[in-house]
Design a protein around this ligand. Structure first.
Ligand code: ZN
Length: 197
């Protein structure tokens, strides 16, 4: 079984369209935007006719920065920094899916991801760690060498589904002002210049 971590944002939604996983998994780990991410992910999977599962584990007391509703991030990191986030997401998804046949877990990291847990070396290391454990699960990031705009174009993601995607870090509904919403707007403008489809 091939699975995808789906947040409902542009990157993971484009990956869902491009790679057609057997199942998509969304995590509500207590982040501020959890309800918005879950709703967008459900809608994307419904539109693309993909199976969807939601994992809910409240880790908000261990979060940091804007995604946890706090003014600053731990250690002066970027405002949306959440410690050990990617390995937490991969671990929780694998805990659910490995017993039912998970072989590959894809994550939506892109080339412009500046966090340490978005680097090629980190993904290689996380893959090696997961493969050492029961089930020998492989972790891949098929868009790790692409920008979000390149991924959106390469995946042939339908223009009419852009409005279903959701990248806000702060709220249930897109605020239009956080770094997630701003990136969403910039990527869409670049991939679909006005007047194109
Ligand atoms: Zn926002």
């Amino acid at each position: 079984m091939k699975a995808l971590l789906l947040s409902g944002g542009i990157d993971s939604s484009a990956l869902a369209h491009w790679t057609r996983p057997d199942i998509c998994v969304t995590l509500d780990y207590g982040q501020q935007a959890a309800l918005g991410e879950a709703a967008a992910s459900r809608a994307i999977c419904s539109e693309l006719h993909l199976e969807h599962k939601l994992i809910s584990v409240d880790l908000s007391s261990l979060g940091s920065g804007s995604m946890a509703g706090r003014e600053t991030a731990l250690g002066g990191a970027a405002p949306e920094f959440w410690p050990y986030r990617n390995q937490m997401l991969v671990t929780l998804a694998a805990m659910l899916l490995q017993p039912i046949g998970l072989r590959e877990l894809m994550i939506g990291t892109v080339a412009t991801d500046l966090h340490a847990d978005g680097s090629v070396r980190f993904i290689q290391t996380l893959n090696a760690l997961m493969r050492l454990q029961e089930g020998c699960v492989t972790v891949t990031a098929p868009a790790q060498n692409l920008t979000s705009t390149e991924l959106l174009k390469l995946s042939s993601f339908p223009r009419e589904l852009i409005g279903v995607t959701f990248s806000c870090h702060l709220h249930r509904y897109a605020c239009g002002q956080c770094s997630g919403c701003i990136k969403h707007r910039e990527v869409v403008d670049e991939a679909f210049p006005q007047g194109t489809s």
